[in-house]
Design a protein around this ligand. Structure first.
Ligand SMILES: Nc1ncnc2c1ncn2[C@@H]1O[C@H](COP(=O)(O)OP(=O)(O)OP(=O)(O)O)[C@@H](O)[C@H]1O
Ligand SMILES: [Mg+2]
Length: 270
């Protein structure tokens, strides 16, 4: 028979699928702010935060929410070349395909966008924008100056680099929305809601407050790290459930199991 922990484990596989989106206090306020910013006459909005803080899933959420009301596009992984990127952009702006061997005439595209002013309001969500080079960023800025295209630029913040300080982001970004790691309360809500969505009530209840605190400490509230840790915890539970059920407390996830998972993932060393 399939262990319940196997089902629980799979709930924590990384996903940016909109069906997996969880309404959280902090993410909810970021969503609200992003929506408000999109209603302002802004040209560029910067969404930034460390890897695993939920930028991609938030972009997907806003895309799904607004796609029936606004002309909005989501560019997930950056195009490999500048040419490819502008082909993609050309297609959404002009609604026409450009033959593969033709280069986009950039100044014509800018003029095209200027002509769209007052006629169309286009929003483009650019995920993983740290991968676009400065030349592309400069052109994005020029296009946004037309006021008919608005860009939401999502970037991840690394430990040693302050991207906002980078030249092409200075004075050109009118609004910055930062996603942070979760508080203990948000992380608890995240874990519970994810499990409850799949009707895994007992398992959700088996993670008590003290253990949530431990999970928050190990993962520092990072959603991706939390997914990994919870996955590993349930993987261990699944093993015991199948092979040595005597070693498992079904009422309460033991500290020992959380620590075993933390060792496996390298959060703590023995
Ligand atoms: N509000 C949320 N609802 C549901 N899942 C979430 C939420 N926020 C984060 N997650 C989970 O955390 C994982 C990491 O989120 P996401 O991929 O959006 O982060 P990111 O900031 O885009 O990271 P990176 O900078 O590495 O691209 C997702 O796979 C998802 O499982
Ligand atoms: Mg992402």
């Amino acid at each position: 028979m399939k262990s319940r922990y196997e089902i629980a484990k799979n709930v924590f596989i990384d996903s940016i699928d909109i069906d997996d989106y969880i309404e959280l206090d902090s993410a909810g306020s970021a969503l609200g702010r992003l929506e408000q910013s999109l209603d302002k006459p802004l040209k560029m909005i910067l969404l930034f935060g460390k890897p695993g803080t939920g930028k991609s899933i938030l972009l997907n959420r806003i895309f799904t929410k607004l796609k029936h009301r606004k002309e909005i596009y989501y560019f997930d992984t950056p195009s490999i070349t500048e040419k490819e990127f502008f082909h993609k952009l050309f297609k959404v702006l002009t609604k026409q395909d450009l033959p593969r061997n033709t280069e986009v005439n950039f100044s014509a595209l800018v003029n095209f966008c200027k002509d769209l002013r007052g006629k169309r309001e286009i929003v483009i969500l650019l995920d993983e924008a740290q991968m676009y080079g400065p030349q592309i960023m400069e052109k994005i800025r020029l296009l946004s100056d037309s006021r008919s295209v608005k860009f939401v630029v999502s970037l991840h913040k690394t430990e040693d680099e302050d991207l906002i300080a980078k030249e092409h982001f200075q004075s050109r970004i009118w609004e910055v929305i930062e996603l942070k790691n979760a508080t203990k309360e948000d992380l608890t809500a995240y874990i519970h809601k994810k499990l409850l969505k799949r009707n895994l009530y007992e398992i959700a209840n088996s993670i008590k407050e003290k253990e949530m605190r431990l999970i928050h400490t190990f993962t520092k509230g990072n959603y991706r790290e939390c997914n990994k840790l919870i996955f590993t915890i349930f993987e261990i539970c699944e093993y015991y459930d199948k092979n040595e059920p005597i070693k498992i407390n079904y009422e309460k996830i033991q500290k020992r199991i959380i620590e075993m998972a933390a060792i496996k993932l390298g959060y703590i060393h023995v």
